[in-house]
Design a protein around this ligand. Sequence first.
Ligand code: ADP
Length: 405
Amino acid sequence: MKVLVLNCGSSSIKYQFFDTEEQVALAKGVVERIGMSSAILSHSRHDGDNIKIVGEILDHAIAIEYVLGVMLSKNHGVIDDKDEIDAIGHRVVHGGETFSGSVLLTPEVMNVLQENIELAPLHNPPNIKGIQAVSRILPGKPQCGVFDTSFHVKMPPKAYLYGIPFELYKKYKIRRYGFHGTSHRFVSKVAAEKLGKKYEDLKIITAHLGNGCSMAAIKNGLSIDTTMGFTPLEGLLMGTRSGDLDPMLILYIMGKEGLSLSEAQTLLNKHSGLIGISGESSDMREIQIAVREGHKRATYAFDIFNYKIKKYVGAYAAAMGGLDALVFTGGIGENSFEVREEVCKDMGFLGIELDDKRNINKEEIISTDSSKVSVLRIPTNEELVIALDTADIVKSLQEEQAAIK
Ligand code: ADP
């Protein structure tokens, strides 16, 4: 099946076009600066051909028209007709409490997504815009939604409820949701395969470390806890986000600095984390360079980043009553041997023993042969998961329809 995967953000659309049988991306690209006269479409084909187009792209519908245009083009395209696209899979950030898996995007599902806008005011509206644009441009094509939250929906109440009046959970759905679920699900399953063990028998901790960072405790194939919460701000230290805080300090800072609600949000989401502490950069590569040069605040940032991950490894091993595998993924998790080394240092008491050579050489299994806990480095591929989920949903739909006939 040929599936177009779309990740629609407020001013950008990332896309990949998959052949799901072969599990290869035939083309991929991104449209940036949507809404501006100098928007950029960067497109590359699996054979290495690539092209950049600059032009006025005022909204998501026009951006998707551009993407289809380049996919159909004689010189840079991968299809001869729009009908070669069997289905479209969308990354949708927030599925609220409703969706515990990926779904066909029906009018009823769209209503639920609208209801969830309040929970993800920055992310769900562009996701919805993308879905609506595709309905107009490719009418009748099945579209599926794959949610960042759905893998965590089955967490137990003790993991998802906050210690605030229960009525607020009922009234405003204030609870921990967790994000990056597609990535946690993918890398934990791949880890089980690589270890040749049954997914349902394992206790796995996954650390997705990119610009946004989160960890998940996955016991017998279910996410039982995760570090992000009501919003993607909770948990680990991130590029520009603070992670866990004493909630009182937000009110204290707002009072002291006279900050409005939106200024406080910006402070915690955009000016905190690695950039806030180091004053240098939100990018781990640059932080590590600064650490090597002896930059004190960058060293604090680096140390705090690793320390928080280490603490959650301990917490989640306790939550699951043991640990079989620790998995690193995301731009930092996949590429920074230094972060993996710091996190796993002195963790022998938990059965974690890193093999330094394997770690530096970026091998898949980076623990020693005698390590009780396997440590893995697995590149994530959220787009592939979206394509495969979409293909599965569409196939079962076709089978259902065939059975009715
Ligand atoms: P996003 O969350 O936006 O998808 P990525 O998963 O691409 O981001 O991760 C981006 C992060 O990965 C940045 O902090 C970047 O510095 C870091 N990163 C990429 N390569 C390396 C590397 N070789 N060493 C350390 N950090 C790296």
